[in-house]
Design a protein around this ligand. Structure first.
Ligand code: TRP
Length: 452
């Protein structure tokens, strides 16, 4: 029935690349440095890597199992046994989180479009310094017209790719351009690491200062692991649902997680040494961090302008393969559960996202109310805290509970097809370590909030 009609990936490589495409994006190149800077440097980096290995990979497997077994997107996968079951709500949470993340992610992705333009017209070739790059950033993000325009372009591009469907749309974009991104990051690293003062940055990024270890940094690292691997809202459920039965899930998820974490590390190894070699920027720069730092580096690379243009172009594409995965989850819900055509579902969800994204686009000075919403933070930062951290973690908790409490163990066994010992390790992680870890962290956080 269902099975025959559902599209599947053209090849295993195409699937892996699309999943890496979803995972690798602004989360690793923009968000990871921001979080590392705000949460004490190397301690955060190690927490992130540990979480990727022991929580991220088991959870990614759980999402693949749910998707491939049910052949449904996230809401359908949660209610596979009983369409009226309350688990359905967990699926809705995924769809809502998708809207939430996409609505601000597209704004930051829009900034990269703006920076591509600025670099191309040579705005950073006139002798840059951090003071100047800070000013440029501020004036760009506070312009309502520029922010909304770039945000709109990003959402439009996403809609076009998602309407194309998984084969024509998503696969094609990921194949050639991803490897180039790694190459460019390595060039940035080499330049940054050879700048005077770089060693301070390396120290900040790689030598943990345990006094910086706090509950907040643990939660931030957990959220970052989910965000960077696109976990907790059903992207990997949806992508898994297009996956043919013969692919090896463990092998795939190790590749995907490794490739993604590598991008984050490469980005950090470029940003922090560069940052410490500059006067006047600190690790706690917040959402503008990479936009304030990177143009200074491009200036110090031969053919810097061309290099910068290529870099921002690749960053846009990396962001696009991520926004595509977010919109795909939301529209797959309307396609699978409401029976809408792909065209209608995508256009509708894309339009809603654009409307929802406007407050974020105006939250860095464009409009006062959106700029100082809560404790001095704007809409974009608050949405990132809620949807990029909190609901993803809850989503992850629900997925781990669903797979262990609801799905028969035989199903997981068959889908994973692992030696008994490895299966037992996975099962221990997903049934105990993941839910208990997330649960305890949430309880501590709530306790902290109440007692403060
Ligand atoms: N992982 C992507 C990035 O790092 C962002 C992303 C895409 C995402 N799909 C997601 C984050 C689903 C959380 C959930 O840029």
């Amino acid at each position: 029935m269902e099975e025959k009609k559902r599209e599947t990936w053209g090849s295993k490589l195409a699937f892996i690349l699309a999943a890496i495409g979803s995972a690798v994006g602004l989360g690793n190149i923009w968000r990871f440095p921001v979080m590392t800077g705000n949460n004490g440097g190397a301690v955060f980096v190690f927490l992130y890597l540990i979480t990727v290995a022991f929580i991220g990979i088991p959870l990614m497997l759980a999402e693949f199992i749910m998707g491939r077994y049910s052949r449904k997107s996230v809401v359908g996968a949660f209610s596979i046994y009983n369409p009226k079951s309350p688990w359905r709500l967990a699926g809705y949470l995924g769809v809502i989180t998708g809207f939430g993340i996409l609505s601000y992610y597209s704004v930051v992705a829009g900034w990269t479009i703006g920076y591509l333009y600025k670099t191309a017209i040579g705005e950073f070739s006139k002798g840059v310094n951090p003071e100047y790059t800070k000013l440029i950033f501020q004036s760009f993000v506070s312009s309502p017209f520029a922010s909304i325009l770039c945000d709109g372009i990003m959402i439009f591009l996403t809609i076009v790719v998602v309407i194309g469907g998984i084969k024509e749309g998503i696969e094609r974009w990921c194949k050639i351009l991803m490897p180039l991104l790694y190459l460019l990051l390595i060039v940035i690293d080499i330049r940054a690491l050879t700048l005077p003062g770089a060693s301070e940055g390396v120290k900040f990024f790689l030598y943990p200062d345990l006094s910086k270890l706090t509950l907040t940094s643990v939660i931030a690292a957990l959220g970052q692991a989910f965000f960077s691997l696109s976990l907790g809202m059903g992207v990997m459920v949806t992508y898994g649902s297009y996956l043919s039965k013969k692919e090896d899930l463990l092998n795939s998820s190790i590749w995907i997680s490794g490739a993604t974490a590598l991008v984050a590390i490469l980005a950090g190894l470029g940003i922090f040494p560069a940052l410490f070699s500059l006067e006047g920027v600190t690790p706690e720069e917040g959402a503008g961090l990479i936009f304030k730092v990177l143009p200074n580096i491009f200036d110090k690379i031969p053919l810097g302008r061309l290099f910068g243009v290529t870099f921002f172009l690749l960053l846009i594409i990396a962001a696009l393969t991520s926004t595509v995965s977010l919109l795909e989850v939301i529209s797959a819900y309307f396609i699978d559960e409401k029976g809408w055509s792909r065209f209608k579902a995508t256009l509708f969800t894309g339009a809603i996202t654009f409307i929802l994204s406007i407050p974020s686009a105006l939250s860095f000075g464009g409009a006062k109310i959106f700029t100082h919403l809560y404790k001095g933070e704007g809409v974009l930062v608050i949405l990132d805290l809620i949807f990029g951290n909190f609901t993803l973690i809850i989503g992850g908790l629900l997925i781990s509970l669903f797979v262990t409490l609801n799905l028969k163990q035989e199903i997981a066994k068959k889908e994973l097809n692992l030696p008994e010992k490895l299966f037992k390790i996975w099962y221990l992680l997903i049934s105990l370590v993941v839910p208990l870890g997330i649960f305890l962290i949430l309880v501590f956080k709530i306790y902290q909030l109440i007692s403060s």
